[in-house]
Design a protein around this ligand. Structure first.
Ligand SMILES: Cc1cc2nc3c(=O)[nH]c(=O)nc-3n(C[C@H](O)[C@H](O)[C@H](O)COP(=O)(O)O)c2cc1C
Ligand code: SF4
Length: 430
């Protein structure tokens, strides 16, 4: 069952318009040009497609909100920033099937009555950027982009904008500020971008994988799509398997797959003995072997106390120190915090200090209590998802592996060789 990788997995498929047209590309756009906006949106809503960028918001509903606002111009933005550690699925699509993405974006423009789309692409994705530029040119030359597309009265253009490497710019509102040429910092929500977005105009913003699902929904219908995989959030998902797993990579699978099947049947099993899993990258909470039978759709992972996010499944084996993992995740969020709101700007720094102290043998039990409090305050009061999720790894590590923290604090010992506590002791710092 392939939707977004349906072309890529075919032999001899190349990322150009010739290959895409040969596989039936742009037929969905042709069909959409014969439909009313309301009918396109109705189809996407009925498919029950939810965003694949992390927040899992219903895509059709987002499009409907933007369509109903009677303010022009309207914009469509594709989020190709892909900054979550462990996520590398959008890159696969961008580098191997750029026209599938363009078709989804153009159909969205047609549905919400926009004439301009942007692709905000991660700065390091140079190959993808070059291929996208080429794909846009090919689409323009074939009258699939530009004025009066395929002889209709619909005109649409797409521009590419390269990000400068800030994780926070993957957040939709920071992305919009960056796109406007400002420093990328998150805006207060509401208002949401669908109502007040790029240059304060209605803007639909979706992830690469979300747009890549659109042509299949238009061509085969909502009924077909909504029966695939999980009935709660139907369709397939691109899961990125990485770290201690035998066969790392991107796997497109229906969303009713269990975590156990994902790791064992597709990932070839855990390398070593399983300790924990991060199902949605560094922003998610740790799961353990007790959670192996959960369904890997959005509600399934949430019910287990974590989140699927962009589908970055990082596997951790018993050779890793969980305290060190918490410390390194805190370092990442401290570095990436945009500094606009106090709980996140200060909280990420304090968390990093406390965790560094624990990993270096200077920790205290009161520091552990402070970390828990910090996590609660930051979750409740940070302005955007970065600060709200920054201590998810830490909090779940403390809750699920309390003995490892206590061992570090009370006995100043760690049984994992690569733990900084052991490494520093060996060279005589502690
Ligand atoms: C700190 C942060 C980083 C994010 N990074 C990304 C990203 O790299 N790509 C992405 O599509 N969404 C990212 N998101 C989610 C976006 O804000 C937004 O929900 C998403 O792009 C909407 O598209 P979707 O509905 O198709 O998922 C991020 C959110 C936060 C808070
Ligand atoms: S939560 Fe962090 S990243 Fe988000 S606005 Fe506040 S300081 Fe910036």
């Amino acid at each position: 069952m392939k939707i977004v990788l349906k072309n890529i997995e075919k032999a001899n498929y190349t990322p150009d318009i010739k290959s895409y047209l040969k596989e039936g590309g742009y037929q969905a756009l042709k069909k959409a040009l014969t439909m009313d906006s309301e009918d396109i949106i109705k189809e996407v809503k009925a498919s029950k497609l939810v965003g694949r960028g992390g927040a899992a918001f219903p895509t059709g509903l987002k499009w409907e909100f933007a369509y109903k606002v009677k303010e022009f111009p309207k914009y469509v933005v594709c989020n190709a920033d892909e900054g979550e550690p462990g996520t590398f699925k959008d890159r696969l699509l961008l580098e191997n099937d750029p026209h599938l993405l363009l078709e989804g974006i153009i159909i969205c423009g047609l549905a919400v009555k926009s004439e301009t789309g942007f692709i905000y692409i991660r700065g390091e994705y140079i190959k993808a950027y070059e291929l996208l530029k080429k794909a846009i040119k090919e689409a323009e030359e074939s009258n699939l982009l530009g004025r009066n597309i395929l002889g209709s009265n619909f005109s649409f253009k797409i521009k590419i904008y390269r990000g400068a490497g800030a994780y926070v710019c993957g957040d939709e509102t920071a992305l919009l500020d960056s796109l406007e040429g400002k420093k990328g910092q998150s805006r207060v929500k509401p208002p949401f971008p669908t109502f007040v977005g790029f240059e304060n105009k209605p803007t639909v913003l979706n992830n690469v994988e979300t747009f890549a699902n659109i042509s299949e929904i238009i061509l085969k219908g909502a009924d077909y799509f909504s029966k695939i995989g999980s009935s709660r959030t139907p369709g397939t998902k691109l899961y990125c398997l990485s770290a201690d797993i035998n066969k790392p990579g991107v796997y497109e699978l229906p969303m009713d797959i269990t975590l156990r099947d994902l790791l064992e049947r597709y990932g070839g099993g855990v390398k070593g003995e399983l300790k924990a899993i991060l199902p949605g990258g560094l922003s998610s909470s740790l799961l353990t072997d007790r959670d192996l039978d959960i369904t890997m759709d959005y509600p399934g992972v949430q019910a287990a106390g974590s989140m699927l996010g962009s589908g970055a499944v990082k596997v951790i084996n018993k050779s890793r120190c969980i305290v060190d993992i918490a410390k390194r995740s805190a370092e990442f969020f401290d570095y990436e915090s945009c500094g606009k709101c106090t709980p996140c700007r200060e909280g990420t720094k304090r968390a990093r200090e406390i965790l560094t102290n624990i990993t270096e043998g200077r920790g205290s039990l009161s520091g552990l209590e402070l970390l828990k409090e910090l996590q609660e305050v930051m979750y409740d009061t940070s302005r955007c998802g970065l600060g709200q999720a920054a201590l998810n790894v830490t909090r779940s590590a403390i809750d699920k592996f309390p003995d490892e923290f206590k061992e570090h604090i009370t006995n100043k010992r760690c049984k994992v060789n690569i733990c900084p506590l052991n490494v520093k002791r060996k060279v005589g710092y502690v």
